[in-house]
Structure formats: C-alpha cells, structure tokens
Design a protein around this ligand. Structure first.
Ligand SMILES: [Cu+2]
Length: 71
C-alpha cells in the first residue's frame, strides 16, 4: 500500500482548538492515515491512501469543519 502526502494552507487556523476540530473531522474519513496540523504555519498535512480517498474529499471536509483551505 502506498500513500500520498499533501499539505493545504488554511489561513483561518488560529489555535489548538482549530487544529483539534480539523483533526477530529479528518480522522473520520477512511483512507486518511496521518494528520498533522501546524497552528503557527497554518497548514494541514495529510497522508492518505489514494485508492480510498481523493484529495478533493479531504479539502471538502476541511471546509465542512468550518475552515477555508486554499487549493
Ligand atoms: Cu482556534
């Protein structure tokens, strides 16, 4: 199984609670293996299995959690 890593810039991440909310909602997606949110850098890095999930679905989920990822 090979995984892909992708990083999104999410300018409206402001604190640890934002990071936790994003981590929680992404962890519900099957195919998502690792989630790393950097509050200072305002980035979300996700390692995922491309056979199980497309990056668009991860992007959409970040939006559904109330944030504005940049494409
Ligand atoms: Cu916050």
């Amino acid at each position: 199984m090979s995984t892909i890593q992708h990083r999104w810039h999410v300018p409206d991440i402001e604190c640890g609670a934002c990071a936790d909310a994003i981590k929680r909602s992404l962890s519900e997606l099957s195919g998502v293996k690792l989630i790393s949110v950097q509050v200072e850098a305002k980035t979300v890095e996700v390692e995922y299995d491309p056979q199980l999930i497309k990056p668009d679905a991860i992007f959409d989920r970040i939006e559904e959690a109330g944030f504005s990822p940049e494409a």
